[in-house]
Design a protein around this ligand. Structure first.
Ligand code: UDP
Length: 340
């Protein structure tokens, strides 16, 4: 049974929602994070071990903590497509070498289950309207390549050492905890929905749409947005699944609907009643035109049932969080959160 889980990257956006989700189900999360992009103030469910995956001794100390971990959930990564094109060594070092260190530490300490954060970026240009698990994997940026290399390591480790794993390929993670507790707080923020919401609030740096000449209906890129709490749900289901399914598995997670950048802006305007100023800018390197998931396998095999199926309900949760973030610090910040 699952009592205690090491959540690597638990101070980040998706990882922090995972810790809240686990705690609500009486499973203890322990967060391991180097706080390079995560925030101490997001670690509110479970202890924080401040450590880097590249530091094997620190990993040994973390795994020596008692009682032992029943499994690992691994959200640590450099995760920006554009940045990965500019700085590929950072991506291979952190995402590939870092994960290898983690897997070796798990082996030294007898932990044999891991849920891995993978990505739609492992696929490259879609050859079908919806991308299923069997779609060819041909990443067009170092970020996607680094994640695919880890999927391969997990498959090899299943064969050689009996490691059990599920790779979850997120399409576009979005939204926030519906009570407005935690949300997406990247700095600088590069993701679409937070930037659109900041533009609606007048707090952003000026919204740019990267390309209006893509081969899509309105010329802007199409993505499949999926709520963070639905991703958290899939992680817990993945751990259940491993109990009866040894080996390495992978599932695509999305809602199966594509929304263009322009449509996302219009949805935010409709939902908030505010206008969203933007300008068109050149394409961003590494971006594919369209990424939409088929998640039939996750629903059949894992029993995954997303709660937030449409873009509006996802935006609504994110809007609540962004409004709160933009409010004066005294009314929104819990005590002791001044530094991050
Ligand atoms: N995008 C944009 N302006 C922004 C941020 C993103 O036009 O300020 C576009 C981006 O080019 C991509 C889509 O929105 O086509 C989603 O980008 P995001 O960075 O949110 O996620 P990704 O698909 O890269 O994981």
């Amino acid at each position: 049974s699952l009592r205690r889980i090491l959540v690597c990257g638990g101070a980040g956006y998706i990882g922090s929602h995972m810790t809240k989700y686990l705690a609500a189900r009486s499973i203890e999360p322990v967060v391991l994070d180097n706080l390079s992009t995560g925030h101490r103030r997001m670690v509110r469910w479970g202890e924080l071990i401040e450590a880097d995956l590249l530091d094997a001794d620190a990993l040994d100390r973390a795994f020596a903590s008692r009682p032992p971990f029943d499994a690992v959930m691994h959200f640590c990564a450099r995760s920006l497509v554009g940045e990965s094109v500019q700085a590929p060594y950072d991506y291979y070092l952190n995402n590939v070498s870092g994960t290898l260190n983690l897997l070796q530490a798990m082996q030294r300490h007898g932990v044999d289950r891991i849920v891995f954060s993978s990505t739609a970026a492992v696929f490259g240009p879609p050859q079908a309207e919806r991308i299923d698990e069997d779609h060819p994997k041909a990443p067009i940026n170092p970020y996607g390549a680094s994640k695919l290399m880890v999927e391969r390591m997990l498959a090899d480790a299943a064969h050689a050492y009996g490691l059990r794993s599920v790779s979850l390929r997120y399409f576009n993670a979005a939204g926030a905890s519906p009570d407005g507790d935690i949300g997406e707080a990247h700095d600088p923020e590069t993701h679409l929905l937070p930037n659109v919401l900041r533009a609606a609030l007048g707090t952003g740096l000026g919204l740019k749409i990267f390309g209006n000449d893509w081969p899509t209906p309105d010329g802007t890129c199409v993505r499949d947005y999926v709520h963070v709490d639905d991703l958290a749900q899939a992680h817990l289901l993945a751990l259940d699944y491993m109990t009866h399914h040894p080996g390495a598995h992978a599932f695509n997670l999305g809602n199966g609907d594509g929304h263009s950048v322009m449509q996302a802006i219009r949805s935010v305007e409709a939902l908030t009643g505010r206008s969203v100023p933007f300008e068109f800018a050149p394409r961003r390197s590494g971006d594919p035109a369209v990424l939409v998931a088929s998640s039939e396998r996750a629903s059949k095999e894992l029993g995954w049932q997303p709660v937030y199926r449409d873009l509006e309900s996802i935006i609504e949760t994110a809007w609540r969080w962004h409004k709160r973030e933009a409010a004066p610090a005294s009314s929104s910040a819990p005590p002791g959160s001044a530094t991050s």
